[in-house]
Design a protein around this ligand. Structure first.
Ligand SMILES: C[S@@+](CC[C@H](N)C(=O)[O-])C[C@H]1O[C@@H](n2cnc3c(N)ncnc32)[C@H](O)[C@@H]1O
Length: 201
């Protein structure tokens, strides 16, 4: 097991939901007008499932990938409680097969990989989207470094608009916005510098 997976296993190994059970606000605001219910959605780095379960409740067919077993156990508990099904894979996202033109939408929220892996994953996401498929991405951006409201300790793990424009140049960018958001999810509370992207193939 990787050091990263061990870190997340420890973080998720208690009863409370670390990021709460309410879905990410950007996702809620952006999905419904852009994606019809019934579409197949892949959520990468799905964590304890607050977004995957919400998507399933909106009528999407949802698959979640995360390399933390406790995260996926909590995801399925939340799904059961809310009466929906989510298919899940315990896997490093870098090892998960992303078949060409497979998914109607990919959701990538607050997953911070080192730059080389991140660009590789982004290229694979472009390939795995169906024609007209949509990517919903939100992450902490460079300005978050040093803020007390959380996030990675290594600045190279943070996102910038230039990186996203370059990595997703083969998609049509519908929205690319840098925002300061007051985030209250589980134990995380405070003003946070985020960047979010909606892009269509
Ligand atoms: C900050 S959490 C965000 C969770 C979820 N997206 C959310 O918004 O609630 C990052 C998640 O990415 C997962 N993750 C990080 N690197 C990963 C990798 N290489 N493969 C699979 N999962 C990974 C972690 O286990 C963790 O659940």
């Amino acid at each position: 097991m990787s050091t990263g997976a061990r870190f997340w296993d420890r973080k998720y190994g208690r009863r409370e939901y670390v990021y709460g059970t309410e879905p990410n606000r950007f996702l809620v605001e952006q999905v419904s007008g852009r994606l019809k219910p019934g579409k197949e959605v892949l959520t990468l780095g799905a964590g304890e499932g607050r977004n995957a379960v919400w998507l399933a409740r909106q009528g999407y067919v949802v698959t979640a990938v995360d390399y933390s077993r406790p995260a996926l156990e909590k995801l399925h508990l939340l799904a059961r409680r809310q009466g929906v099904e989510v298919c899940s894979y315990l896997s490093d996202v870098m090892d998960f097969e992303l078949r060409e033109a497979r998914w109607d939408a990919v959701v990538l929220l607050h997953m911070h990989l080192p730059p080389r892996k991140r660009s590789l994953l982004h290229r694979r996401i472009v390939k795995t989207l169906c024609p007209a498929g949509v990517l919903f991405l939100e992450a902490l951006r460079c300005d978050q470094f040093g803020r007390r409201s959380g996030g990675p300790e290594r600045p190279e793990l943070l996102y910038s608009a230039e990186t996203l424009r370059r990595d997703f140049q083969d998609l049509v960018i519908c929205r690319l916005l840098e925002e300061d958001r007051f985030i209250e999810s589980g134990e995380h509370r405070g003003w946070t510098s985020v960047i979010n992207l909606v892009a269509r193939k």
